[in-house]
Ligand binder design. Structure first.
Ligand code: ADP
Length: 542
């Protein structure tokens, strides 16, 4: 017997259609690359997304053709999110921070037909466009009077002129919900980047689940600021989940320094913002230096890398902001787990609740996870035994696009490459990336645990823990430190700080002071590069 419910495919266009009908006057605010603050509403975003769809029709693009973007967070990028996917094409968000050679590789691998880019990325596009052999149309996201003359890019036209001739009425096509809606490349720390292709169905289900109270807890009463870029796993799906709820959206554009973020948050009364720890670190330092407060922010979503105890305390204690610690991956759209307490935890003392928030949290509905040993046998959820984390679910990839390598999925489970424990309540704690874990005398040392301790030292601005070869122990940890501006601390001061905070055998053998730690295009510490930079380093006494 079949159910007697209507069968409607889950399509991304339904999100913007809903926002237009039910939250038409909902605001979308953007700091533009032009420098000004732009204000629009969902009704207008939806209308212009339909113009984008017809502009793509006019170019003769077929269903499934790829349309790339090279753009910051802003309303035009949002219109492209919906106009491209809603009309049956595939949105490919390129990351402008990767090396130009990699950009070319990705555009060619995806076979992009159109590239829409922010004016500030003109020099990159000028440098690479000849090598992007499949791209036939270049659109710059600005007014027609801002298009630079003599750019050397054939047929370059402004976004505004491109969409202007097209009417705002257009019926979104009824597509197969399993059809591709967008794609992203992983950062590719080793070898070529890998492409993850999302479907309409996976995107809508991910948006529904991310909005839930124990996930990002989004509603029409919120004002949401995705600080995480729209080229980094679709700003963690916020341009879909926030639109689904009708929340006010605030886009910071290219300005992600502490002052710009704080000014915009206060002016627009942002209640929820999401970003990686490096961005939060910049904001918190700025607030500390200038003795400023976050008056409207209620929740800070921290993900992409672990939230340290020092960062948690700064948000909770100094600013009264709740931290929503989330874990995910490009391959998972990206949301996997969120550190949301359960009813029984509310009676716990503050320190224990804080410890819970520092775990990567529980699986959101839709994501199933397990940890396995070297033989892929499942390990118990006792909060102690650590193994490789595997996940499955309707927004977890089943394969990379056009990748001849070994399948990332075993018996339906995707190998995350993260080593984790899971406790009896289902709270998962990432120990490390498998490749970053330090193997010392047959035991594992979590570089994340060591960094978390170090970051509590007031003179430590940033800390990275890496393993270096040791003749007896195989590897020993060392700490690479960037001092907080204006602060001083010696190697011995920092090592003494570990007393009672980490087991003695896990305390780093040495501290190396550096001016900066390399970060990736998605704002994460690049430990592989750091290890390369310290190749000539020898541990004291070896
Ligand atoms: P994203 O940066 O959006 O999470 P990536 O695919 O670039 O996506 O990186 C995924 C990896 O980042 C994870 O496998 C994990 O190692 C790390 N990561 C993500 N979130 C966290 C977190 N909250 N704590 C620790 N590591 C995290």
């Amino acid at each position: 017997m079949l159910g007697l419910m209507q069968s409607q495919p889950l399509l991304t266009a339904s999100l913007i259609r809903h926002a237009e009908r039910h939250h038409g006057d909902g605001e979308v605010i953007s700091r533009r690359v032009e420098g000004d603050i732009h204000r629009t509403r969902y009704r207008e975003v939806a209308a212009r997304a339909r113009q984008v769809a017809q502009a793509l029709d006019a170019l003769g693009l077929a269903g499934g053709d790829r349309v790339a973007t090279l753009a910051w967070n802003g309303y035009r990028h949002l219109e492209l999110y919906y106009g491209v996917s809603g009309s049956g094409r595939v949105l490919h968000t390129l990351n402008p921070r990767v090396h130009p050679d990699q950009l070319v590789w990705m555009a060619n691998h995806a076979h992009d037909k159109v590239l829409c880019f922010d004016l500030s990325f003109l020099p990159i596009v000028q440098a690479v466009h000849r090598r992007c052999t499949s791209i036939a149309h270049f659109v710059v996201l600005c007014d027609s009077n801002k298009v630079p003359a003599g750019s050397g890019i054939p047929g370059l036209q402004s976004y505004e002129r491109w969409i202007a001739p097209h009417p705002t009425d257009y019926e979104w096509p009824v597509l197969d919900e399993h059809a591709a809606s967008s794609m992203c490349y992983t950062s590719g720390t080793t070898g070529d980047p890998k492409a993850v292709v999302y479907s309409h169905r996976s995107t809508v289900l991910h948006a529904l689940s991310s909005a839930l109270p124990d996930a990002l807890n989004l509603s029409a009463r919120d004002c949401v600021m995705p600080v995480v870029p729209m080229f980094h796993v679709h700003a963690w799906g916020l341009p879909y989940a926030a639109v689904l709820t009708g929340a006010k959206l605030v886009f910071p554009g290219p300005a992600m320094d502490g002052k710009s973020l704080h000014d915009l948050m206060e002016a627009e009364q942002v209640t929820l913002a999401a970003g990686v720890p490096t961005v939060w670190h910049m904001l918190l330092s700025y607030l500390h230096t200038h003795q400023l407060r976050l008056r409207s922010l209620r929740r800070a979503v921290i993900g992409g890398a672990p939230c340290s105890p020092a960062m948690l305390a700064a948000f909770r204690v100094d600013h009264g902001v709740e931290v929503v610690h989330a874990w995910g991956m490009t391959e998972m759209s990206p949301l996997g787990t969120v550190s949301a307490p359960k009813h029984k935890h509310l009676a716990w003392p503050d320190a224990d609740q804080a410890r819970l928030t520092l775990t990567q949290g529980r699986a959101v509905f839709g994501v199933d996870m397990k940890i396995v040993d070297e033989q892929d046998a499942e390990l118990p959820w006792d909060g102690v035994q650590a193994g490789e984390l595997m996940v499955r679910g309707p927004w977890v990839l089943c394969d990379y696009y056009r990748d001849p390598g070994v399948s990332p999925v075993t018996d339906g489970w995707f190998r995350t490459g993260d080593v984790a424990t899971i406790d009896a309540d289902g709270f998962m704690r990432i120990m490390d990336r498998r490749k970053d874990i330090i193997k010392s005398g047959g035991e594992w040392i979590s570089s994340i645990d060591i960094e978390n301790v170090a970051q509590g030292h007031p003179a430590v601005g940033q800390a990275a823990c890496i393993g270096v070869p040791h003749p007896k122990w195989n590897e020993r940890p060392i700490l690479v430190v960037v001092l907080t501006p204006g602060c001083q601390a010696s190697r011995d001061d920092i090592l003494a700080y570990f007393d009672g905070k980490a087991p003695k055998w896990q305390v780093p053998d040495d501290v190396v002071f550096v001016a900066s730690i390399p970060v990736s295009g998605t704002g994460k510490m690049q430990k592989a590069t750091l290890r390369d930079q310290l190749k000539g380093y020898r541990l004291p006494g070896t």
